[in-house]
Design a protein around this ligand. Structure first.
Ligand SMILES: CC(=O)N[C@H](C=O)[C@@H](O)[C@H](O)[C@H](O)COP(=O)(O)O
Length: 234
């Protein structure tokens, strides 16, 4: 497989959800263009409309996915082969899929899903939550292993910080490029991920979701003011 990212670098995840002020393809394109100006080497994007527009207007490699909730199933990141093929057809250079071993709605196993995608020449990013899932995904033929789902499966490490321990253990055991993803909120954390062996670092909300960035400031300031008032009372 040709590695689309020969140099270590930053991928910016440009995703939004209905109800958010920046929901919509033109906003995601503008965020992706801003990411490119800032030095990102790739974009992670959700849904056919965003993927096609970003691919056309930004000119960076796109890691595509779709998030689909299917009743009765826990997995939601590109949960079926059909959805993965649609993501690729929309223009994604790499398709990101849930690579846990949880039940898939189309009844295919993870290894069958990866095999089907690879037989069509589609590069696959395996979104995992624990080391064992990364090892299995490598064996099944994935091209990149990402720590995306750590903290989002019941059996993975639950913490507010990024799972850099998983980055390090994957880097020690897997020969594929390791992608550090999930709750990376500062440049220092991104550099630490590289130091531990990540090839790529995906940053989402800390760059592309202004309402959450704002809340991180206002909540910390509110809590400071509450403590200050508390101090005056004593
Ligand atoms: C768990 C899940 O569904 N993760 C999604 C995967 O595409 C996105 O919602 C995240 O924004 C992305 O992984 C980047 O993470 P963060 O926004 O924490 O930098």
């Amino acid at each position: 497989m040709t590695n689309l990212f020969p140099n270590k670098g930053l991928i910016v995840s440009c995703q939004s959800f209905p109800g958010e002020p920046l929901h919509g393809t033109p906003f995601m394109v503008a965020l992706a263009q801003s990411a490119k100006i800032g030095g990102a080497v790739g974009i992670r994007a959700k849904g056919a409309a965003d993927i096609t527009a970003i691919k056309k207007e930004v000119g960076l490699p796109v890691i595509g996915l779709n998030k689909v909730d299917i009743e009765g199933y826990e997995i939601y990141i590109t949960p079926t082969l059909e959805i993965a093929l649609a993501v690729h057809a929309a223009g994604a250079d790499i398709v990101a899929i849930d690579a846990t071993t949880r039940q898939r709605p189309d009844g295919l196993s993870l290894s069958d899903t990866i095999r089907e995608l690879k037989s069509r020449g589609i590069p696959v990013m395996a979104d995992v939550s624990i080391l064992e899932e990364g090892l299995a995904a490598e064996e099944f033929g994935a091209d990149y292993i990402s720590t995306t789902l750590s903290g989002y499966t019941s059996y993975s490490r639950q913490q507010e910080a990024p799972d850099l321990e998983l980055v390090a253990s994957l880097a020690g055991r897997v020969n594929l490029p390791i992608v550090a993803e999930g709750r990376i909120n500062t440049p220092d954390q991104a550099v630490e991920a590289l130091r531990l062996g990540a090839s790529l670092v995906v940053v989402g909300k800390a760059i592309t979701r202004p309402h959450l960035i704002t809340a991180s400031f206002s909540e910390q300031m509110d809590s400071y003011r509450r403590n200050e008032l508390e101090g005056h009372r004593h």
